[in-house]
Design a protein around this ligand. Structure first.
Ligand SMILES: CC/C=C\C=C\CC(=O)SCCNC(=O)CCNC(=O)[C@H](O)C(C)(C)COP(=O)(O)OP(=O)(O)OC[C@H]1O[C@@H](n2cnc3c(N)ncnc32)[C@H](O)[C@@H]1OP(=O)(O)O
Length: 648
């Protein structure tokens, strides 16, 4: 899937063709190699131009192949070297994108000419891998260590202008880069190539090299805790400084194989496709983003503590200018609501509820809009392209709580006692081995921020607490079901969360943001245990993990089984984007597939036997059906367990 064309003026063209993004599959790699050989053996060819069909140079190695044995040795690195060593000049004519392996192909070329709108970069780190086809050895030689480290560890993609300034590109053009590349190739037929071979260059020296590496290690550990790829990328770049090229590429390969085979790479690549899958939602009646029409926003309402400041800020203008795509046929005040997955709450600054009314009178509610450093990324963009809202959109049915809050309420109800234990054992918590726990702790922060009285009001309304509760109801039971009255007691003590300066945590002042564990809570819990004759026990980390997570996963299976969520990927995307589920673990559904469905089923059965009054621990029928098939791949779940009638 790479075409070879003999052009006039002693030129040959190799054109990559693999829609939609000209990704490098084994067939593409073979095609480029074959084209190169033809050009080399044809003595009438004096220079070679390489480009991509349909306005896209190449989006890198086909991510699908990372789950196949081919990924450990794609041969792309050898091809890149072969291109560099080629005696005939190779000119890369780049349009659209040159990403990952695509950029490596460009670096293997002797000259790089790109259209001004081209995006280049090494996004591998976001997929849990590294630019393993010479990228970590060539880029530092070309642009120096600091800039190479920045691009490789961040995965940031840059426009041609910036790439030119950094020295990645030789020329940026406004018109057809293939035409320009061909024209240019005719001018360099007899030029010496030695100085154009990046592999022959030494990495530009800087006096404080060790300090640069130490700083970047510290930066990525802080910025991406738990992720193995960023640090491994740095090690690979370090090899370009420590070793000659031939040794450096061997180290790069070893590190690349280590990452490709890691569970984190599998999870991150799963997340890549899950997001694209979730974006393709459609209702049984055929409504989807494809049927979307543009409707102008007529009104924006913002609820939140510092709305005054917000209204004065230039961002409001941005919101006003936004135009939102609404799939025609979706009734936002009727059967459906579009839930824009609540946003990552890692560094919570403020929560706002943003309500937008479109010209035809429909409303959208943005569950939480987090303002602060994330503002630019997560609020409305005034672009008029189809990428109007930089968020993940998941369609869920309208009802009492959408998927996210249903999950949390249910999984919290089932495990509230255990969560509270975790909260009180902060020192233990911080040493826990898996950052998945963090999402549970974050729940307490989020509840404090949103106000504990909100849930309290809801429970009073449902007659679970307050004046409507029948006299004589045991404090820790509602019917046959275990009830945790702790959140109610907190509210009865005036602890409504951040706004009152006290909730699950204590804060520096009412409305203050600095939180710390409150000894009051530990004391209260000892009294609580005494009052209800609860024998204190040490809960193992495994039990904490299993009871917290498996209850949540169980609920996810129930939601799938009832047709409330369209697919396991939809659920995972909500968790990745809404609750800061560590991306390198793929989401609760993916995590379940890695643990094994029968293991989860067995554990739930065990905990349910021990706690028959916690219905959330009772394995869902959907999980049971699937576990009967062993541990089928996630892609097969819906086929095997049967597709329930959709509630969407
Ligand atoms: C041992 C290791 C050796 C070598 C290592 C090499 C590493 C690599 O090259 S890894 C790949 C690096 N490349 C990337 O990470 C690029 C990923 N893709 C993107 O960032 C975007 O898709 C995009 C190319 C910028 C295009 O974005 P957009 O226009 O918004 O469209 P999308 O919906 O995202 O994508 C369209 C369509 O293309 C599929 N796709 C994109 N990239 C790849 C890819 N590299 N491999 C396979 N498929 C790819 C994407 O899934 C979409 O298809 P769907 O069918 O809709 O899923």
């Amino acid at each position: 899937m790479a075409e070879y064309l003999r052009l006039p003026h002693s030129l040959a063209l190799i054109r990559i063709r693999n829609p939609p993004v000209n990704a490098i599959s084994p067939a593409v790699l073979y095609g480029i190699k074959e084209g190169l050989q033809k050009a080399v053996s044809d003595h009438t060819v004096k220079a070679i131009v390489i480009s991509g069909a349909d306005g896209k140079f190449c989006a890198g190695v086909d991510i699908h192949v990372f789950s196949t044995p081919w990924s450990s040795d794609t041969g792309l690195g050898d091809l890149v070297d072969e291109m560099q060593r080629n005696k005939k000049p190779v000119v890369a004519a780049i349009e659209g994108m040159a990403l990952g392996g695509g950029l490596e192909l460009a670096l293997g070329s002797h000259y790089r000419i790109a259209h001004v709108q081209t995006e280049t970069g090494f996004p591998e780190v976001t997929l849990g891998i590294l630019p393993g086809a010479r990228g970590t050895q060539l880029l530092p030689r070309l642009i120096g260590i600091p800039a190479a480290l920045d691009l490789i560890t961040s995965g940031r993609c840059i426009l041609a202008g910036e790439a030119f300034k950094l020295g990645i590109l030789d020329k940026v053009v406004n018109s057809d880069p293939l035409e320009k590349g061909i024209k240019f190739a005719r001018t360099i037929l007899d030029q010496p190539l030695e100085c154009r071979r990046i592999m022959n260059k030494t990495v530009p020296n800087v006096p404080n090299m060790d300090a640069i590496f130490s700083e970047v290690f510290a930066k990525v550990r802080k910025q991406y805790p738990g992720y193995i790829a960023p640090e491994t990328c740095i090690r690979a770049v370090q090899a370009s400084v420590k070793h000659p090229y031939e040794v450096g590429i061997k180290e790069e390969k070893e590190l690349a194989v280590y990452l490709v085979e890691s569970g984190q790479a599998r999870a991150l690549q799963y997340a890549f496709f899950a997001e694209r899958n979730a974006n393709k939602w459609s209702t049984p009646s055929g409504v989807s983003w494809k049927t979307a029409s543009v409707r102008p926003i007529s009104l924006v309402g913002v609820l939140g503590k510092h709305v005054g400041e917000f209204l004065d800020s230039p961002h409001l203008h941005m919101v006003r200018a936004a135009i939102y795509l609404v799939p025609s046929g979706v009734k936002f005040c009727g059967k459906h609501i579009a839930v824009l997955a609540p946003l990552i709450l890692i560094q919570v600054h403020e929560l706002f509820i943003l309500c937008v009314r479109t010209g035809d009178g429909n409303f959208f509610f943005f569950f939480f809009v987090v303002l602060g450093p994330e503002l630019r990324t997560y609020t409305l963009s005034h672009s008029t392209s189809s990428q109007l809202i930089e968020m993940e959109n998941i369609l869920v049915p309208r009802g009492w709580g959408e998927v996210v809050s249903t999950f949390l309420t249910i999984s919290n109800n089932g495990t509230m006692n255990i969560h509270v234990q975790v909260l009180c054992r902060h020192t233990v918590f911080s040493s826990l081995r898996d950052s998945i726990y963090v999402i549970y702790i974050r729940n307490f922060r989020v509840s404090d921020l949103a106000g504990l009285d909100v849930g309290w009001k809801g429970r009073k309304g449902q007659g679970l607490t307050g004046p409507a509760l029948p006299p004589g109801t045991p404090a820790r039971k509602r019917g046959n079901i275990r009830y945790c009255p702790i959140p109610d007691i907190l509210c009865e003590s005036g602890r409504f969360g951040q706004k009152t300066g006290k909730g699950w945590y204590q804060y520096d002042k009412p409305l203050g943001r600095i939180h710390k564990p409150d000894p009051w809570l530990s004391k209260f819990l000892s009294q609580y245990r005494e009052t209800y004759h609860i024998e204190p026990r040490v809960i193992s980390q495994d039990e904490i993990l299993e009871r917290c997570l498996y209850a949540l996963i169980n609920e996810a299976f129930r939601i799938l089984g009832e047709g409330i969520a369209a697919s396991p990927e939809h659920i995972d995307v909500i968790y990745l984007h809404g609750y800061g589920w560590p991306r390198y673990r793929g989401g609760p559904m993916f995590y379940a597939s890695t643990v094994g469905l029968s293991t989860i089923l067995e554990k739930l059965q065990k905990y349910y036997r021990q706690n028959p009054d916690i219905p959330q621990l009772e394995p869902s029928n959907y999980l049971k059906k699937l576990a009967a098939h062993g541990n089928p791949p996630l892609k097969e779940w819906q086929r095997l367990a049967g597709t329930p009638s959709s509630k969407l």
